[in-house]
Design a protein around this ligand. Structure first.
Ligand code: ADP
Length: 681
């Protein structure tokens, strides 16, 4: 067995010094002659006088035996040390007989034996005392920490439990009794629903109380629920109210009793209810008691029965807390999503039934499962290497999330792997904040229905949009035709032009919308990707957007980003992305400002940035501008501007389809910086 407390050099010296003391006492006794009769047992030839060594040799022999035994116990531990000491003493005993028989010399075996045993005992007691002190200190610390982390004091919880009973039962009075050291019930928490005032009622109450205490004692003694008619109440109120006493037991030990006076007769179906609430009350009560007991001073713990009792209380309290800690995991068995908790060594700590079902495992397989065994069950095209996902989570601390399609079983699962950590302050809440990693939580949610619904929705929308396009084309065509008719009055022709331009706008909106929905339905692999130089795309866009920019006297500037590697992308989609960003930059900037386009190489991606000195976007809208149909409300916003709230959702959709990311930094009144990355080839 490994030593719990590694002895230091200092501790070894203390042990040696301690074992010297009994040796000195034994030497004193020997010189005084007190050990003569004992000594004669171990020498042969009792009648004849055998030579005794000189006093200093005797002192050395006794000290050597005592300190040797002390050292052996200190080094090798109690049991093994005593084995060595026993063997050495057996040899010495034999030597004593032999030497006394042959040479008539007494080698002082008896004093040596006494010194060795006494020293071994003293050193062993000291070792036990050190371990015990450490154990007590740790136990107290854990118990203290446990009570500090609890949401509220245990007696508050006791009253809470009584209130719960009051809510669910026709309660007149409920009392939780704790047992004092003599086993006599004393009230720990009490709740009364009726307010009685008269003197007669008060005397009535006193006899009822005594009766109640007696019932509690009976319940505690028998360990059974006691139910009987409440005679004190029945005369006054009629009917047949009951009095019920439930013994409270925690960790196999009686800690108190719950007395309940009901307004009605006890309903047998309430028996499990009372039992369930009592289990919690027992835990609360025990914790209350453990906390109330003052911790004895450290020094006397090994020899004090009170200290030992206190330790036992603390231990029971921790046991109760452990049970409560497990509640969260048990509650997860009720969840409809799959949940698994894995320790950071990959052992599965908990897995619920829906998770086993999603992983297509039986309960028996679940017992033998480890983290990777579980994740392997979810291998899919987009999740082909679980180890990489876990590695990333452990490296960054960020959760890993993926939607996993399983076409063979017509199912889409959403997988999430997250690192659970706990932040706490060191040194009793005063020191630095430490983040302690605890475990990995794996969640699997079946999103098949949601996906189907989303697909249905977008299918319907695109169908409708297609259907809308045909009538709009006719409206636009005929309006344009009519507008060319010179015979019509000027104002009519103006209206016709408005009809035509508005219907064109509607067509553009529908087209963008269709493009976004089509992209959403596409798989990543479906987008046609060819090697593409992003700086070329930027230059082309600047050229094509120049006329629009000039109209607002805005300067389009390109900032060179050095030589760039190509990316794999669909040229027309990416050109549309850059165009959308530049269009927005121009649209949401005042006249005579500049819009800067730049490209830059990052670790494994190329970034394109479009920066303007425009109106900017308020912080609360920054994350939302990418949503479909989202438009930022701005004071003095030009209503004439064509705005659909679709441009940026198209940008994000395209970029994510290509495996890139979009980003936005913006400050109201100073401008915005939109950028996106695409993985380099
Ligand atoms: P649209 O421009 O058609 O309204 P977008 O999806 O392109 O739709 O943009 C969404 C919203 O984001 C816009 O309504 C606008 O308010 C805001 N926005 C986009 N780009 C910029 C920009 N460069 N500066 C300020 N606001 C912007």
């Amino acid at each position: 067995m490994k030593h719990l407390i590694t002895p230091s050099i200092k501790s070894r010296f203390v042990s040696l010094a301690l074992s010297f003391a009994p040796s000195a006492v034994v030497f004193g006794l020997w010189s005084w002659g007190a050990l003569a009769s004992l000594g004669s047992v171990f020498v042969v030839g009792r009648g004849e006088a055998s030579t005794q060594p000189q006093w200093w040799v005797a002192a050395l022999l006794i000290a050597a035996a005592g300190m040797g035994a002390g050292f052996a116990v200190e080094r090798a531990g109690g049991r093994r040390g005593l084995l060595f000491v026993g063997a050495a003493l057996a040899v010495l005993c034999a030597a004593s007989f032999a030497v006394s028989a042959l040479l008539r010399i007494d080698i002082l075996f008896a004093p040596m034996l006494l010194a060795a045993l006494a020293s071994a005992l003293v050193v062993q007691v000291r070792r036990l005392w050190i371990v015990d002190t450490e154990l007590t200190r740790n136990l107290q610390r854990v118990a203290r920490r446990a009570s500090a982390t609890e949401a509220c004091a245990a007696n508050v919880r006791l009253s809470g439990g009584l209130k719960l009973l009051d809510t669910v039962l026709p309660l007149k009075e409920a009392v939780v009794f704790s047992l004092d050291s003599a086993g006599v019930p004393a009230p720990a928490a009490r709740l009364r629903s009726d307010a009685q005032g008269s003197a007669a009622a008060e005397t009535n109450r006193n006899s009822a109380w005594r009766e109640g205490v007696k019932l509690c004692e009976r319940a505690v003694r028998t360990g059974e629920i006691v139910i009987q008619p409440d005679l004190t109440a029945s005369q006054a109120e009629g009917g047949c109210p009951s009095i019920v006493v439930v013994p409270l037991r925690h960790a196999g030990r009686a800690v108190g009793a719950l007395l309940v006076r009901l307004r009605e007769e006890f309903d047998e179906t309430d028996r499990p209810l009372l039992k369930n609430v009592s289990a919690q009350l027992a835990r609360d009560l025990q914790r209350d008691e453990a906390r109330a007991q003052a911790a004895p001073a450290d020094s006397a713990t090994l020899y004090s029965a009170r200290a030992a009792e206190h330790r036992l209380e603390s231990f029971h309290m921790i046991a109760g807390l452990l049970i409560e800690q497990g509640f969260a995991a048990h509650a997860l068995s009720e969840a409809s999503d799959g949940h698994a908790v894995a320790y950071l060594d990959g052992t599965i700590a908990y897995v619920n039934q829906p998770m086993l079902a999603a992983a297509r495992l039986t309960e028996k397989d679940g017992a033998r499962l480890d983290l990777f065994g579980l994740l392997d069950r979810f291998r899919a095209g987009v999740f082909d290497e679980p180890s990489i996902a876990v590695r990333r989570v452990l490296q960054t601390g960020d959760a890993y999330e993926r939607e996993l399609p399983f076409p063979d079983r017509n199912q889409t699962l959403e997988l999430r792997i997250a690192l659970i950590t706990e932040s706490r302050r060191e040194h009793n809440g005063q020191g630095a904040l430490v983040v302690e990693p605890l475990c990995l939580a794996v969640t699997v949610r079946d999103v098949t229905r949601i996906k189907e619904y989303e697909k249905l929705k977008s299918d319907m929308i695109s169908l409708m949009s297609h259907e809308l396009r045909t009538p709009i084309t006719s409206i636009n065509g005929f309006a344009e035709l009519l507008a060319m008719d010179d015979t019509l009055p000027e104002s009519t022709r103006e209206f016709l032009t408005i009809i035509s331009s508005e219907s064109q706008r509607l067509t553009r909106m529908i087209n963008t919308f269709l493009a976004v929905t089509q992209l959403e339905q596409k798989d990543r692999q479906e987008v046609l990707k060819i090697p593409l130089m992003l700086d070329d795309v930027v230059r082309e866009t600047i050229n094509s957007m120049q006329p629009v920019a000039k109209r607002k006297r805005i300067r389009l500037v390109e900032r060179e980003g050095g030589k760039l590697p190509p990316v794999a992308a669909d040229r027309s989609l990416i050109t549309q992305v850059v165009t959308n960003l530049v269009e927005n930059a121009i649209k949401y900037s005042p006249e005579r400002t500049a819009v800067t386009l730049s490209t830059a190489l990052e670790a494994d991606a190329v970034r394109v940035t479009v920066e303007d000195r425009g109106y900017g976007i308020p912080p609360e809208a920054v994350d939302r501008v990418w949503e479909k149909f989202y438009r930022v409300a701005r004071d003095g916003h030009d209503k004439e501007e064509e705005s659909t709230g679709l441009g940026l959702s198209f940008v994000r959709e395209v970029v994510e389809q290509h495996g890139g990311e979009v980003a936005l930094e913006s400050e109201v009144g100073r401008g915005s910086k939109f950028s996106f990355t695409l993985p380099r080839l």
